[in-house]
Design a protein around this ligand. Structure first.
Ligand SMILES: [Zn+2]
Length: 385
């Protein structure tokens, strides 16, 4: 019965083509109508432009110690992907449900939405909260705000947050953080023969790239390693590099984008400060040759903090009990769990489906995974009753 209900809701949810960065009000409208029909009070928190909104609600009594179930409403694009089925139509085949977002992560949303009747009749002693964010797929842009909205709105204090990203229902206690930056170097144009007299933005940028790679290696060699993650170190990587107009013209501008994926024990601020110090030093040196030389670094999107939930926290035995899965994992992708932890909730990532199926053509969720998640919802209700 509940599986059928989950399928109906998921069919509705995947029909909303809300990509990361796009307005999500249509899907929020659907969700609020659904909650209204079940007589659940909810809070819509619009963004400044009024084209997106967070949504949260509580089921159960206003007492401390509740559990937040959280997921994002946006999905990644399907453009250029080779889909066999209609991406925004749920299609059942071979015990799997195919659709964009089925696995990442509307499947989890459908599971808890389909369990409202169960939560309502369970005589909960502690409450369950639903949280819906937006713009997760373009850099977890609203996760921290979502967590704070819940923390600040309710008088009571929720204790745990379960972020339902695809983990095959394995409790995940660690996630790397990520930060994306853009560095622009301004130099002086000129004939390439004058390279020792001008400032080539490309040559300077290349030096900076080497510095970043050395920094990564230095951290690794100094033992900043966490074997729970693959790879087990903080990575620093330049993925885009643009500059120059011709082989014989000194480039007066060069821009490159880079990311830092940090393990919890690394300190992002220290890395960025060291880089800034080096840039300053180099800039002063370059300005002796060309007064207009500049090295400017800005955030391409704000840092997403890592998740590092220590095993002694109560959320660990709690999630182990309601999933029946005692093996703790970590993930290399960024998620909103670190942001919920930062806002003061004991947080884990645990949801149905395999991340290997996310973000690609023919994304699906196995029905068996949905059933496991529905069982977790039952255990959750039992545990809080
Ligand atoms: Zn996701």
């Amino acid at each position: 019965m509940r599986l059928q209900k989950t399928k109906e809701i998921l069919t509705d949810l995947v029909a909303f083509q809300v990509l990361g960065g796009q307005g999500n009000l249509a899907i929020v409208d659907y969700l609020t109508n659904y909650l209204k029909s079940l007589e659940i009070d909810f809070q819509v928190v619009p963004n400044k432009d009024g084209d997106k909104a967070l949504l949260h609600c509580r089921i159960g009594p206003a007492v401390d110690g509740g559990v937040i179930l959280s997921g994002h409403t946006d999905v990644v694009p399907v453009k250029g992907q080779d889909w066999v089925t209609e991406p925004f139509v749920l299609t059942e085949k071979d015990e799997k449900w195919y659709a964009r977002g089925s696995c990442d992560m509307k499947g989890f949303l459908a599971c808890f939405l389909a369990s409202v009747d169960l939560f309502k009749k369970s005589n909960l002693k502690k409450p369950i909260y639903f949280a819906f964010s937006y713009d997760e797929e373009v850099g977890c842009l609203s996760g921290y705000e979502m967590a704070c909205a819940i923390r600040d709105f309710y008088d009571e204090k929720p204790k745990y947050a379960i972020i339902g990203e695809a983990t095959m229902m394995q409790p995940v206690v660690g996630q790397k953080g990520i930060c994306v930056l853009k560095t622009t170097v301004l130099g002086s144009a000129g004939h390439s023969s004058r390279i020792k007299r001008e400032v080539s933005a490309i040559h300077v940028a290349a030096k900076l790239v080497v510095w970043l790679e050395n920094k990564m290696n230095e951290l690794f060699e100094s033992g900043e390693i966490d074997d729970r993650f693959t790879p087990n170190h903080t990575s620093i990587h330049v993925g885009q590099f643009n500059g120059g107009i011709a082989p014989n013209v000194i480039a007066d501008k060069c821009t490159f984008y880079w990311d830092v994926r940090i393990i919890p024990k690394s300190n992002l601020e220290n890395i960025l400060n060291d880089y800034a110090d080096y840039c300053k030093e180099l800039e002063a040196e370059l300005q002796q040759r060309f007064a207009g030389a500049r090295i400017i670094t800005e955030e391409d999107h704000p840092p997403v903090p890592p998740l590092d939930t220590p095993e002694h926290l109560d959320v660990v035995p709690f999630i182990q009990k309601i999933t029946g899965n005692y093996e703790l994992g970590t993930v290399a992708y960024a998620a909103e769990a670190g942001q919920f932890a930062l806002a003061g909730f004991e947080s884990v990532i645990c949801g149905p489906g395999d991340i290997a199926q996310a973000h690609r053509a023919n994304e699906f969720i196995a029905i068996e995974q949905v059933e496991k998640c529905l069982t977790m919802m039952e255990k959750l209700a039992e545990e809080l009753s």
